[in-house]
Design a protein around this ligand. Structure first.
Ligand SMILES: [Fe+2]
Length: 166
């Protein structure tokens, strides 16, 4: 199953995610635009598993609050942040064996930037929209579609919570 829920996170909740992404204890960097970014034209991907998940959920309120809304879905196996730049390419893949929940975290999104999450069987593309969540079975093959070259912002940012079987 693939279900889309708009405004799953509101504007404040999205912005709070950015505050934790900027936290110095996490070794990543997201520039405000391409010219400032040290990871030009490279997607930024970070997956958290095991104890790192506990750290994120306990120490970062937005991450923990979102987990509280989702924890009925089963054991949390992975939290995955994706920052995708124009030109990046991705293969179809599956996630963990339970449900996956992807939330688009860009505070602003223009439709002409393209991008989305593409599913195979059923064949479907869910476009980015701030705060939009996609609930899907992790075993449905899917991939990220990068934004096009018209995107003049830092990239397509999403977070995925992957759950195992109950
Ligand atoms: Fe995935």
């Amino acid at each position: 199953m693939i279900e889309t829920i708009d405004n799953y996170l509101n504007e404040t909740e999205i912005n709070n995610f950015y505050d934790c992404l900027k936290h110095p204890s996490i070794p990543w960097f997201i520039g405000p635009d391409h010219s400032d970014s040290t990871i030009k034209n490279k997607s930024f991907v970070k997956g958290f598993v095991g104890r790192e998940i506990d750290f994120l959920v306990n120490d970062f309120k937005p991450v923990g609050d979102l987990y509280k809304k989702l924890n009925h879905l089963g054991p949390l196996v992975k939290i995955h942040f994706n920052l995708v730049k124009p030109g990046d390419k991705f293969d179809f893949h599956t996630d963990a064996k339970g449900m996956s929940v992807l939330v688009y975290l860009n505070p602003v999104w223009k439709t002409w930037w393209g991008s989305g999450t593409q599913f195979r069987n059923p064949n479907k593309v869910v476009k980015p929209k701030p705060g939009r969540a996609i609930f899907f079975s992790g075993q449905i093959e899917h991939r990220c579609i990068a934004p096009n070259l018209l995107m003049n912002d830092f990239g397509r940012l999403s977070v995925v919570y992957q759950f195992g079987k109950n």
